[in-house]
Design a protein around this ligand. Sequence first.
Ligand SMILES: [Zn+2]
Length: 222
Amino acid sequence: MRVTHVVDLSHPVGPQTQVYPGDPVPSLTPVATLADDGYNLAHVSMGTQSGTHADAPFHFFDAGARIDELALDLFVGPAVVIDVSGRRDRSSIDWADISAQATGVGPGKVVLLRTGWARHYGKPRYFDHPYLSGEAAARLVAAGVRTIGIDAPNPDETPREGTAGGDWPVHRTVLGAGGVLIENLRGLEEIDFPDPLFSAVPVRLAGADGAPVRAMAMRVRP
Ligand SMILES: [Zn+2]
């Protein structure tokens, strides 16, 4: 088996990272330098869900699994990329919009929603992304899917500034089934080969609700 191509699906993490409203802004501060100490080392400060990251069930459920307790097979697997690009701001992606492309979904498959919204990353419009309907999420979970990724900040509609927002049906459905969500992906349009192998393994932060991932899609040849 050979990996012949790897697509980087993660945004860089640093002060420029566009964070969800209210989340801490990441920073990296040198605590040792080559000149003074003989090596470089930095202090990292960031939220558990800054940049490209995974949500654990604990994010929405007190009794839900924490990120360090989850089996790694949730984060690695063959991906089904569903193209929902070209949609209007804040439009709902319903089962009828994706069912024709979702024929290959099932247990062990990773569903990647390609909205194209990563091109708005860094701008306010990034939060006006299309979102998956609760009904579509329920259909995917019923088919056995436990891992859903999106190239947007949120698979649910992000509340408009100053509003309480909705009831987070995608988060509740997927995390409630013991699944995980991968948010803030980039580069899904660069997956131009069949049968990509997806990997987005989280840092094993003890007891955390989520953790940063280095997400990638691999072309694998036998
Ligand atoms: Zn999240």
